[in-house]
Ligand binder design. Structure first.
Ligand code: BGC
Length: 735
């Protein structure tokens, strides 16, 4: 086969596109610029007959082929359809949620799960997915944090690029490839108050250095599409934001793919109050740089344009159509619009199950452990909490045709037939009988071990699922405290879509495993982890706050002029103002809450395992570099030796952070610039090294017009270790 790099077109393709463009009528061009949804089968056929450019997946390879046949054989130009679908973390076989997979700190694994999802979806005729979501998410009230790779720009950039490589492969024409969409451009995760769709105002400095960075990486990775976000920035809704859509994304970064609107995002310009009606909204969006609208507002379902050539710039429309046809050509649709129906994958293969089970294991995070975990199952074991029997493990953004998960109780019973399991739910997600709590405590007495499976159902995270209180819903906190009161050994497994506030019970629990929503094989993976058949080694991709009022709390914050830095010391000032408690930890006139300890409950990068590691010989070379040398691409080599000092083989996630000590603008106190997950056997030592250069040391100077990426001379501190408070500090100078 003729290999075509992602983004690449053959000469023949280009000729075909130009010839088509010349022969297209105005109506035919506008029809290409939309994807229809919410259409029943008869309506859909009518739209396709009328030359619409894209449809949502009609649920089978046969249905796709039937509609492609209409597009190819019954329209004047025979242009094949793009077939879009939200394939987010799996099509049939569901991998962990994106937030969970970010915790793996394993981009190769993330790429493989995307490849698996692409192969399953493509076999059914999907050509285009609306994923990955790379919105930096620093407010866990926002339910969509679950679809992101967490709070860090670099982690979102690395994981987003891995997903794009997984979906698109080396060649978009391959029968296992689909086009990726980086979304939502941009700032959507910065919604005020964490309320979905809300205003996301911010400075150019924040935009450039935090929210745009993952999209810059996605564009460089060859994302076939970018989706506009629902929010405004500076009062301008993103669907009408010409500067960001056209000047930054297309002109500055050179996006060759398409910009697609979000569902009804164009129409939403009317309630935003910037467009008088839908047609005004369409004009503004297309002028701003949007290429494809979700909804069907450029033509009617008979293919007649709703806007004239006087109402839309002809060059802009030609550019949009050229991009759309190019994407179709890159997908090979002009040569092969059909999929082999007998090869459609409709359920997980054994291999796919094994793959997502391994991914699930790698995504779990051991939040705390006094040695209770792993457990040896014997005698009588009480299973409690709503997730003991719930099968709701797939997480937000899965489709009804995805392969379901079983329950943990079933998994345990089938794998450990000699153990006597008692199931006593004790508390549900919502509707509880308070009498159940003492009953669980009474039941626990006759058991050797209690396992509490607590969490949030999938419906509490995802789109339009913001929460104002991040404690466990229902009476689950009381359930954990009731179990703790019995004195019987126990462990808690959390199953949830977003960071939770755990302060009401965390100190009572000897061991806590964060298991997110881990997908189709979640129960098997959770049992593997609890029993030590597998090692937990994930690290948090997002901070867990101490209280909802502390949000946003994220590691990579700028220093204030009055930083509160002393953890855990009582200060006289706090006593003076009448507060004697956990918040009384630092000077009075410092940046903090009086009634909370400093920092989050669990930091970004936090997580342990069943073995231990020691770091020695952290070094860096050279210790200083002239600016000009960095500019020529010279780099600093940073390395460390990591030894497994515990009693089990295991994985360690080595993390490298930087701080620019003095700069022309306040820089973050820590910034992740590298990580590596390594498997290290008992007694073994691995040398882990990183290269640090301009890309890692610089920042966007947003005062410059246009903004410039700069490295400023001065001293930097590099921090190397197994968590955020990595003790190996290495100074480095740029002269
Ligand atoms: C979501 C997008 C999604 C789109 C299409 C919207 O409501 O915001 O993330 O891709 O629907 O289903």
């Amino acid at each position: 086969m003729n290999r075509v790099p992602p983004g690449g077109l053959t000469g023949g393709d280009q000729d075909r596109i130009e010839a088509l463009l010349k022969s297209m009528t105005w109506d035919e061009k506008l029809a290409q610029m939309q994807i229809v949804f919410r259409a029943d089968p008869a309506e859909l056929r009518r739209w396709v007959r009328a030359g619409v450019g894209a449809i949502f997946w009609p649920r089978s390879a046969a249905a796709v082929n039937a509609l492609q046949r209409v597009a190819v054989e019954q329209t004047r130009l025979g242009i094949p359809l793009l077939v879009g679908l939200d394939v987010i973390h799996g099509q049939r076989t569901i991998a962990p949620t994106p937030l969970a997979m970010a915790a793996s700190f394993d981009p190769d694994m993330v790429q493989d799960t995307a490849r698996l999802a692409a192969a399953e979806a493509a076999s059914g005729g999907v050509t285009w997915t609306f994923s990955p979501m790379i919105d930096v998410s620093r407010d866990p009230r926002w339910g969509r944090a679950v679809e992101s790779f967490g709070e860090d720009p670099y982690l979102n950039a690395v994981m987003g690029a891995a997903v794009i490589r997984g979906y698109q492969g080396d060649d978009l024409r391959a029968p296992t490839s689909i086009a990726a969409t980086a979304k939502h451009f941009v700032g959507y995760g910065h919604a005020e108050g964490g309320r979905d769709y809300n205003t996301a105002d911010m400075s150019e400095h924040r935009l450039r250095n935090v929210y745009l960075e993952p999209f810059r990486a996605a564009t460089a990775a060859g994302a076939a599409a970018v989706m506009a976000a629902f929010n405004t920035i500076g009062g301008k809704p993103m669907h009408a934001h010409r500067r960001l859509l056209t000047q930054v994304l297309k002109d500055e970064w050179g996006l060759r793919g398409v910009i697609v609107g979000d569902a009804d995002g164009v129409g939403n310009l009317v309630p935003h109050g910037v467009a008088v009606d839908l047609l005004d909204a369409v004009q503004q969006s297309v002028r701003a740089g949007l290429d494809i609208e979700i909804g069907g507002s450029l033509t009617d379902d008979a293919g007649h344009a709703l806007l004239t050539a006087e109402q839309l710039p002809v060059d802009r429309v030609d550019d949009a159509v050229r991009r759309i046809l190019s994407l179709k050509a890159r997908l090979g649709l002009f040569d092969q619009p059909y999929v082999p129906e007998d090869e459609e994958i409709t359920e997980p293969t054994r291999r796919a199950r094994a793959e997502v089970r391994a991914a699930a294991v790698r995504s779990a995070v051991l939040l705390k452990n006094d040695g209770t975990l792993p457990v040896t199952l014997h005698g009588r074991v009480l299973l409690t909490g709503p997730y003991a029997t719930s099968t709701d493990h797939l997480g937000a953004w899965t489709q009804p045709f995805a392969a379901p998960a079983g329950s943990i109780a079933q998994e345990l019973a089938s794998r450990y037939p000699d153990v006597a399991f008692t199931v006593h739910q004790g508390a549900g997600f919502y509707d509880d009988d308070p009498a159940d709590l003492p009953a669980v405590a009474a039941a626990a007495a006759g058991h050797d071990l209690v396992l509490v499976f607590a969490g949030e159902p999938s419906s509490l995270s995802g789109e339009a699922a913001s929460r104002s209180d991040l404690r466990l819903p229902g009476r689950q906190e009381e359930l954990i405290r009731a179990v703790a009161g019995t004195g019987i050994p126990f462990a808690v497994v959390l199953i949830n879509g977003r960071p939770l506030v755990t302060s009401g019970w965390i100190d009572t629990a000897p061991a806590v495993l964060e298991a997110w929503h881990l997908g189709t094989e979640a129960p098997a993976a959770i049992v593997d982890l609890l029993t030590g058949a597998a090692e937990p080694a994930g690290r948090l991709p997002i901070s867990f706050p101490r209280g909802t009022g502390q949000i946003p709390v994220y590691y990579s914050h700028e220093n204030t002029g009055r930083p509160a830095t002393v953890r855990g010391t009582m200060r006289q000032e706090a006593v003076d103002v009448g507060l004697v408690g956990p918040g009384a930890v630092a000077g009075k006139y410092t940046s903090k809450y009086l009634d909370l300890e400093l920092g989050p409950q669990f930091d970004f990068g936090h997580g342990s395992g069943y073995t231990t590691f020691r770091y020695v010989n952290a070094r860096l070379s050279p210790g200083r570099l002239p600016l000009a040398a960095l500019g020529r691409g010279e780099q600093v080599r940073v390395s460390v030796e990591v030894s497994n000092t515990g009693g089990r083989d295991g994985d360690e996630v080595v993390q490298l952070y930087v701080r620019d000590l003095v700069s022309s603008v306040a820089r973050p106190v820590r910034r992740l610039i590298g990580f590596a997950r390594r498997h290290i056997g008992i007694g073994q030592t691995a040398t882990v090294s990183f290269k640090v250069g301009t890309e890692q040391l610089g920042f966007w100077d947003a005062e410059a017009d246009p903004a410039r990426f700069v490295v400023e001379p001065g001293t930097f501190a590099l921090y190397l270790g197994g968590d955020l408070h990595a003790t190996h500090e290495l100074p480095f100078e740029v002269v």
